[in-house]
Each structure stands twice: as C-alpha cells, then as structure tokens.
Design a protein around this ligand. Structure first.
Ligand code: MV4
Length: 444
C-alpha cells in the first residue's frame, strides 16, 4: 500500500478520500487554496500545503504547484476526486511520466473515453447497445444531412469532447439541420477547443441509469449495480438512488454485464461508471463512461456495503479485486440529496458564512460534507455543501427517512435547496418511482 497520498481536491470529496486513507493506514496530504485555509479537509488530513489563490485555475488546477508539492512532501500517489483534474488525461499522463501513481485508470483509457466518438465506437465493437448514430465524426454538411435523414428526425448533434450534456443540439427538421450543425461545431470549438461532432438518434424522455464498475490491474472486473440519476436540472444531478425503480434483477444483470463487457474491452482499471439511457420500453443504450469516482457513489456503498473509495485506492496500489460478481449483494434502498448553497426559487448560488449548522443523524443517515458551523461557502467553487444520504429496507421507508432527515437539517447563513428536496419527497410521481430526465421541470 502507499505511504502517502496527495488529495488534489477540496470539500466533501477530499474529506471522503482522507477517511478512506485513514482506514487504509495511508497518510493523507491535503492541498488548499487561500480561500480554504480553514476548510475541513485541511483539518482532517495528516498534512496540508497551500497551492495558490482562491481561483481554481491558480490552485486546484495548478499542475506545477501540485506536482512540486508531491515531490517536496514525498507522496507516491495522487487522488483527484471528481471535477478539477479528475478526467484530465494530459494530467494523468504527466503523473505517469513523473513516476507518480494517479489514482484512476491509465491516461490512455481516460483519453479514449474522453472522446465520445471513440467511446461509442468501442462500445459498439464490444456489442454494448448504442443508439443509431453517424458511426464517425461528421465534418461535411451534406453528409450530415444524409446521415440525419437515414437515422430519422429528431436527431441530436453532440460534441465529441462534450459530455455531461454540454454541447448538444436537438434538431427536429431537415430544414434546420445544417444551421444547427454549423452552430454545434462552432460552440464545440469555443467550449472544448475541438469542433468534432457526431449525430445520434434522439431518445425522448429517457431515464439516466448508470452502472458502477470496479476493475483491478489483473483483469478482474465486477459491477455494483445501478444508480438512478434522472432527477437533474441543466445536467446537474440533484438526487440519486440505488437501486432504480425501473430495473428488475434481469435488467440489472443485462446492464451490469454490458458495463463489465465494455470495461474489459478497454482494459479499464480502477472504479468507473458506465452511463446509459433507459427508454420507456426498457431498452438501454450506452452514453458515456466516467473514469472517476462520482459524487453519487455513496448510494451504491450503502446498498452493497462496498467502500468504493478504499477499493479505488487499493487497485491503484496493485491489490487484487477479491470479490466475485455473485457475492455482490444489494440490500435495501438508498437515496442521496445534494444540498446546494443556492436560492431555492432562482437556483442562483448563495455563498456566505454558515452561521448555524445542526446535521441530521440517527438510524440509516449519512452526511458527507466539507463544511462545519462557521465555514465560509466561497463563490469560487461549486455550490455543493453536503450530501445527505439515507438507507432503509424499502424505497418507501427510505423516502420517509429522507423527509425526516431533511426536517432535522438546520442551516443558517446561506440559502439551500432543502425546500426543493422536501417538495420532491412529497411528490406523487417521485413516490411512485415515475422519474425521467424531465421530472424536475415541473418544479421551476
Ligand atoms: C441523449 C438524450 C436523448 N437522446 N442522447 C445529456 C448528458 C449526456 N450524457 C447525454 N445526454 C443526453 N443524451 C440521445 N440520443 C438526452 C440526454 C439528456 C440527459 C441525459 C441524462 C441525464 C439528463 C439529461 C438531460 C437532458 C438530456
């Protein structure tokens, strides 16, 4: 196992990783910006180094500063968490070249899955279902038109470097295709420095269901079932569940097998997530693969009992995955509410000082947070202040428990989206498990 791991992140995920390090007997080294000198992750780590000013580009994304901190402090491995450098293949490659163990897959695999055209191609080659598509990147306008007509309208134009919903254009008619195609390429170039786009069949009102996979460096791969992530607004997830009310054991096995097949095909290592769209005929299609630990990983941990972050660190340290697929057992139901510092009416960020904080607790309640009473929620970073996670025997009991825990959650000084979550817990469609990607539109 490693002696010392540097955690190149902040907030609740940095805290989560420090906890995993402690339980593995690994020293944790935090890094922080000027804005985070009093942050919880700095207090909980075994050591902490300031790496720059508040702006993330000068601190949490400052590769030179982070790598030299590694070398001075003699850390062997780096955990990127999510966001920041987590899916930056060039950064992972720089680590490989400096003899630093990046806790994640190889830079080659990150680069492959970061390009959505290549990701779709390998999925298709691995016989994982995909929606009808252009089969390659499209640059020619007339070819774009031909392909869209062959697929049938509506179609989506997607940026190859996009993902998470950025750089998509929905096209309903032949007449508007070329115009949208031009705009899509220009926007992709402006956002990602890459104008590569492809065309795909549009799926109306699907669910977002993703499979957690784990792979060691010896070719062993298993999945930990699914997470239901349809409840989102502008591609920001708000609430996630495990299991999904849309899956039965058979569909879970089929989706899980597809995810494992893809992970094996690309020789994936570490923990990862394979995202699918699930349509209203229960057909599923590969969307993209996330090569990091995800915000919503705790719901899977609660239901399977597997510590995903500890496993991730172990595989990076060349430990073997000992668990067998058949020994993965899903017990009960878990829900996570993302508590954001935002105005519940306008969804605008609400930074400020947390004047009072009393966290919920009791049976089946977990809170992952990077703040405490007195913390300043900075406008420089994302607005996630806590993840409230519950576990219970059944979905109905998990909803009741979440409603109870939300009522206990007392926070003063900043506005939060707790009122939105309270409304969701009482919503009849939510209670019935009727949640597709348009679910939240009725709340704003
Ligand atoms: C789609 C789609 C409908 N049809 N692709 C958005 C995020 C990215 N992973 C893929 N996304 C979508 N791709 C086809 N062919 C609808 C979405 C989509 C979506 C997907 C998952 C979760 C939330 C979403 C919100 C809007 C659109």
């Amino acid at each position: 196992m490693f002696n010392k791991v540097l955690i190149a992140n902040r907030g609740e995920i940095a805290v989560r990783i420090i906890r995993a390090c402690k339980e593995l007997g690994v020293q944790s080294l935090a890094v922080y910006s000027d804005a985070d000198k009093d942050a919880l992750h700095v207090r909980l780590a075994d050591g902490a180094v300031c790496i720059g000013p508040a702006k993330s580009t000068d601190s949490y994304l400052n590769v030179t500063s982070i790598i030299s901190t590694m070398q001075v402090a003699d850390a062997e491995a780096i955990h990127p968490g999510y966001g920041f450098l987590a899916e930056n293949a060039a950064f992972a490659e720089a680590c490989e070249n400096c003899g630093i163990q990046f806790i994640g897959p190889t830079s080659a695999v990150m680069r492959l899955m970061g390009n959505k055209v290549n990701a779709k191609r390998v999925a298709e080659e691995a016989k994982v279902p995909v929606l009808a598509w252009s089969e390659h990147a499209v640059t020619d306008e007339n070819e774009a038109l031909e392909i869209a007509c062959r697929i049938g309208f509506p179609v989506l134009i997607k940026a190859s470097s996009g993902g998470g919903g950025k750089g998509m254009k929905l096209v309903h008619t032949k007449a508007s295709l070329i115009g949208s195609f031009r705009t899509a390429r220009m926007e992709a170039l402006a956002s990602f420095g890459d104008d590569e786009v492809f065309i795909e069949q549009y799926c109306e009102s699907p669910r977002h269901v993703e499979i957690q996979v784990m792979a060691d460096q010896f070719g062993n791969v298993i999945h930990l079932g699914e997470r239901e992530c349809s409840i989102q607004r502008r591609h920001q997830k708000i609430l996630e569940e495990c299991p999904s009310s849309a899956l039965d054991g058979r569909l879970r096995n089929r989706m899980g097998d597809a995810a494992v097949k893809l992970a094996k095909a690309i020789r994936y290592t570490g923990v990862g997530t394979v995202e699918f769209l699930l349509d209203n005929n229960n057909k599923f299609y590969f969307m993209e693969m996330n090569t990091r630990v995800q915000v919503e990983h705790p719901v899977t941990e609660m239901v399977t009992g597997v510590d995903i972050v500890k496993e991730q660190i172990k595989y990076a340290a060349r430990r073997r995955l000992r668990m067998k697929q058949r020994s993965v057992q899903m017990r009960g139901h878990s829900i996570e509410c993302r508590i954001n510092a935002e105005d519940p009416k306008t969804f605008m960020p609400s930074p400020g000082t947390i004047k009072e904080l009393i966290l919920p607790g009791g049976p089946g309640v977990r809170v992952d947070t990077g703040v405490y009473q007195g913390s300043v929620v900075s406008p420089f970073y994302d607005s996630l202040v806590a993840k409230l996670i519950v576990h219970a025997d059944t979905r109905a009991e998990a909803i009741t428990r979440m409603a109870r825990a939300l009522d206990e959650f007392h926070i003063k000084g900043i506005k939060t989206n707790i009122p939105l979550h309270q409304k969701i817990m009482k919503d009849h469609d939510f209670i019935a498990g009727n949640t597709d990607i348009n679910f939240l539109s009725k709340f704003s």
